[in-house]
Design a protein around this ligand. Structure first.
Ligand code: ATP
Ligand code: MN
Ligand code: MN
Length: 308
């Protein structure tokens, strides 16, 4: 096909030299998505996805027999790991098994070859493990919560973070909720990022106790949205923008523009099968300004100053 994109980005579809064995192996049986189909999906989204997955420690959900088989959540290399996947040593755990990273599209193809059906990066890079450049508020609706209320929660986080000087970007989780993601200048360290996001979640729960909870224990009470800030700790991960999910429907975590949030567009609306069409039709990448919008973590300088 010669379908032209409206964006120059999509024309930079990469090629990989990595050998894909058994491309007909089925990963999402109901949708008929194979290993080869997954590699094609990632080739399509790579120009958009690259900034969010390169040179970060990764956790992977590996499913060698597809989504209905055994699943392995792995932060460390396995026997026979693909040679295009990079091994990186955690500076705080030099004696432990290394962590996993990728440096380029060959690395991503190596992950596909390894049946990594979900890719979960850290919020910091291997250039500065201790200093998050990304924080994420994970909105987990309990049973019975209306989707419009999840959207309202995301918008409230956006507005509160804006008041604190932070830019925010929103994506579907590909599961049940939304992720509000904020780019940081990597200066503050993980404990400050955790304290900041906990404070935000606690304030929202205190201001609207009928709508929000900020602790997993309270989330078991129905009808509320858990504002899960616990991704923002050293070694914790959240699913990457454009990562597939090992769930029925072959959903992906899809970056959106804020004005796209709509009742008609649920958390698993975008999939391996319809993502390419969406990206080709977009007037511009809704997360294009992500990195250039980065600001320092609010208040961290003050905390540091007091500690010094
Ligand atoms: P949802 O919208 O369904 O909540 P999500 O991506 O926000 O989707 P989960 O899939 O529940 O949430 O995962 C939450 C986090 O826990 C993930 O970002 C991941 O880093 C981590 N995680 C996922 N699966 C495992 C696992 N099997 N073992 C340990 N940690 C996991
Ligand atoms: Mn979630
Ligand atoms: Mn969660």
């Amino acid at each position: 096909g010669s379908k032209e994109s409206t964006m120059s980005k999509s024309t930079a579809r990469p090629n990989s030299s990595v050998e894909l064995t058994h491309p007909d192996r089925v990963y999402w049986p109901k949708e008929g998505v194979t290993k080869g189909g997954l590699a094609d999906y990632y080739a399509e989204v790579w120009p958009f996805m690259e900034p969010f997955v390169v040179d970060r420690p990764l956790a992977l959900l590996r499913c060698p027999d597809g989504i209905d088989g055994q699943q392995f959540f792995q932060k460390h290399p396995w026997k026979g790991i693909n040679a295009h996947i990079t091994l990186v040593t955690d500076p705080k755990e030099p004696a432990e098994a290394p962590c996993i990273a990728i440096g380029d599209f060959d690395g991503l193809t190596g992950l596909v070859q390894s049946a990594a059906l979900e890719i979960h990066p850290w919020g910091s890079t291997t250039a500065a493990w201790e200093k998050p450049d990304t924080i994420i508020m994970d909105l987990d609706p309990g049973p019975g919560v209306a989707w419009s209320d999840v959207i309202a929660a995301a918008e409230e986080i956006r507005d509160r973070m804006k008041d604190l000087g932070l830019a925010t970007f929103v994506k579907t989780s590909g599961g049940k909720g939304l992720h509000v993601v904020s780019p940081l200048k990597p200066s503050a360290e993980w404990p400050d990022a955790k304290a900041f996001t906990k404070d935000l979640a606690d304030r929202m729960a205190a201001d609207s106790p009928d709508k929000y909870v900020s602790t997993i224990a309270k989330a078991k009470r129905g009808g509320k949205i858990l504002i899960d800030y616990l991704r923002n700790q050293r070694g914790q991960t959240a699913v990457a923008p454009y990562s597939t999910r090992a769930r029925p429907g072959a959903p992906v975590s899809m970056p959106l523009a804020w004005d796209e949030l709509d009742a008609s567009l649920g958390p698993a609306h975008f999939t391996v099968l319809n993502a390419g069409k969406r990206l080709a039709a977009l007037p511009s990448d809704p997360w294009a300004d992500f990195r250039k919008s980065a600001a320092p973590l609010p208040g961290a300088g003050a905390r540091k100053g007091r500690a010094a």
